[in-house]
Design a protein around this ligand. Structure first.
Ligand code: EPS
Length: 364
């Protein structure tokens, strides 16, 4: 299986399955001299880990990270950073019944068709558990970007099923199990999820990520535009079915006079562009949103086929997230961090000597 590496200069390669002994990654290309300890990474892993509230999977993993290489006396050395997290709460018997069946809407069927073999336990490599290492690697990128450039990356739940949410209180997202920045609506979210769980069904969600203080110049025309890289990173997250930048699909009905972000010596007047012009960061905030589909592992009975192609009924038992979107915020933040880090290093490699006299405008 190929396609397990992401990035050109800040290259992250992940490995591991949901019910295997461990998950791991190698981060190659991190600049030397960045202060780094396991606790820098653990903070983000804690935000993503399962089993923290009644609204997510009850699989309880500590997701404790071990740094195997690339750090000496508390600083990165420029050599590959190896990270590992052991799996400790696998319950593979839950998957006995669906071993030879394909969950509709799940990767079970396409993995079988592609490889002729699959680790059916917990979805194997297709499991959302795979996102653990994205978050671990993303924490390193996030730390570098924050310390060296002052970049902040904050995500939030923008929509849960039919419930649309405001982004007013970004500082509140870590105080609730939804990463919700609209705390007045928490009761509504709790009731929605409690009722949903009773039905055994699942629901989709929208997550938005805002990156601020991103310097202008990141992104490589033409095939590696920053938005193309963001789309690649964000669309590679399990269950993501759509991405928008800035005004996104609302741009379809806008006029040019409405969409354009006017400029003055005081900065950009607004941010419909979502932070890029011509595939290059403009200094405006990066605003990316993703649509996550409802989880396919549900206890609502459905129709499928078995390995012989015979029609069978299916009900998924076990511990699952009724809304994968609820845990996707730190994952989406991590992918944005990986993209910005990789493109910062690429920009620096080619353009470190460029001197520009045009002032950098303040973003929105
Ligand atoms: C997942 C199925 C469940 C989830 C898992 C993602 O795995 P299991 O059946 O082993 O409990 O718990 O999520 C995580 C464990 C995690 O860390 O995100 C799936 O099919 O995607």
């Amino acid at each position: 299986m190929s396609g397990n590496s992401f990035g050109r200069l800040f290259v992250v390669t992940t490995f591991g399955e949901s019910h295997g002994p461990a998950l791991g990654c190698v981060v190659d290309g991190c600049p030397p001299g960045l202060p780094l300890s396991a606790s820098d990474i653990q903070t983000d892993l804690e935000r993503r880990r399962p089993g923290k509230s009644r609204h997510t999977t009850q699989r309880n993993e500590a997701d404790e990270v071990e740094i195997l290489s690339g750090v000496f006396e508390g600083q990165t050395t420029g050599t590959p950073i190896g990270l590992v997290v052991r799996n400790t709460d696998q319950r593979s018997r839950d998957y006995g019944d669906i071993k030879d069946k394909f969950r509709p809407g799940h990767a079970d069927y396409s993995y079988q068709q592609k490889y002729g073999i699959r680790d059916y336990r917990g979805g194997g490599r297709a499991s959302a558990r795979e996102t653990t290492m994205r978050v671990a690697a993303g924490a390193i990128a996030r730390k570098y970007l924050a310390e060296r450039l002052g970049v902040t990356i904050r995500g939030y739940l923008a929509q849960l099923g039919p419930i649309t949410l405001a982004a007013g209180q970004l500082d509140a997202t870590d105080d609730n199990p939804f990463f919700c920045a609209d705390p007045a609506r928490l009761g509504e979210l709790e009731s929605f999820m409690d009722e949903l769980r009773e039905t055994g069904d699942s629901i989709g969600a929208k997550i938005s990520v805002l990156a601020q203080n991103v310097p202008p110049g990141l992104g490589e025309p033409v095939f590696d535009k920053l938005e193309a890289a963001l789309a690649h990173g964000l669309m590679s997250i399990n269950a993501v079915k759509g991405i928008e930048l800035g005004a996104g699909f609302a741009a379809i009905t806008q006029r040019g006079s409405e969409h354009r972000d006017e400029m003055s010596p005081d900065g950009f007047a607004k941010n419909d562009a979502g932070g890029t012009l011509g595939g290059i960061s403009s200094g405006q905030d990066i605003l990316a949103s993703i649509a996550l589909k409802p989880t396919s592992s549900i206890s609502v009975p459905g129709q499928t086929i078995d390995r012989e192609g015979k029609s069978v009924d299916i009900v998924t038992a076990g511990r699952h997230d009724p809304c994968v979107g609820l845990r996707a915020t730190p994952i989406a933040e991590a992918m944005v961090a990986l993209v910005l880090m990789d493109h910062y290093l690429r920009h620096r490699a080619q353009n470190a000597d460029v001197a520009v006299s045009t002032p950098a405008l303040k973003g929105r």
